[in-house]
Design a protein around this ligand. Structure first.
Ligand SMILES: N[C@@H](CCC(=O)N[C@@H](CS)C(=O)NCC(=O)O)C(=O)O
Length: 238
């Protein structure tokens, strides 16, 4: 049997889910290559060749030989290659792309930092918690307002802008705290709408597979993930 066209280097985090949401929704053939970021797979030389930033997800298109890192670039590549989840006419296309960039540059990084300082920092740093929680809540409010009069981020159709924002926005209350719970009704309805899609259920079910069970974070894993620097890049490990 022929190999599946796509090879997705993946771990079940919000940025990983973005790509499986697309692949499942489109029904494209893909093979998952687990990148256990807790154990340091992101520093393996063969992974760094396709993902020089030592972050997953990364995608290889076996048909064209193209490899990509950065979840937003991967979504754009898949959308353009298959003519799916990205409107063809200029207005809808740019609407989608600007919200994709909004997620990549704003919602994802800010919620990532909020989660870091609220959950993983060795001691509470009130200024950092307030700053990143506040910015996350502001961005969630922008998304909530955007969804007040349309079912999806770019309009009537489900697009890569939704796939990029959904995995982060659905964690709203878990990452941005109590204030996010129940205070964004349009966003909550959109999360429910996307959660109901069978492809979403299939994408998230991957996290239950045995190879993706990581358990509680050890001190060694914490050091590996949260103490990277120029020196770790130069040495090719952490
Ligand atoms: N902007 C990147 C972010 C990717 C990213 O931060 N991936 C994390 C997991 S969600 C990772 O691979 N971390 C490994 C590490 O920190 O060493 C994208 O959207 O692809």
């Amino acid at each position: 049997m022929a190999e599946p066209r796509y090879e997705l280097h993946y771990w079940p985090t919000p940025n990983g889910h973005k790509v499986t949401l697309f692949l499942e929704e489109a029904g494209l053939p893909y093979e998952l290559v687990p990148v256990n970021i807790r154990k340091g797979d992101q520093f393996r030389p063969e992974f760094l060749r396709i993902a020089p930033n030592n972050r997953m997800p990364a995608l290889v298109d076996r048909k064209t030989g193209q490899s990509l890192f950065e979840s937003g670039a991967i979504l754009l590549y898949l959308a353009e290659t298959h003519g799916l989840f990205l409107p063809g006419e200029p207005a809808g296309r740019w609407e989608t792309i600007q919200w994709l960039f909004w997620q990549m540059a704003g919602l994802g990084p800010m919620m990532g930092q909020a989660g870091h300082f609220r959950v993983y920092a060795p001691e509470p740093i009130p200024y950092a918690i307030t700053r990143y929680t506040g910015e996350s809540l502001r961005l969630l409010a922008v998304l909530d307002r955007r969804l007040a009069d349309r079912p999806f981020v770019a309009g009537e159709a489900y697009t890569i802008a939704d796939m990029a924002a959904f995995p982060w926005a659905k964690l709203g209350a878990r990452i941005a705290g109590e204030e996010a719970a129940g205070s964004f009704p349009h966003l909550d309805a959109w999360v429910a709408r996307i959660s109901d899609r069978p492809a979403t259920a299939r994408a998230y079910a991957i996290a239950d597979r045995p190879e993706y069970q990581a358990g509680d974070m050890t001190e060694e894993e914490r050091q590996r993930l949260f103490h990277q620097s120029a020196a770790t890049v130069r040495s090719g490990s952490a």
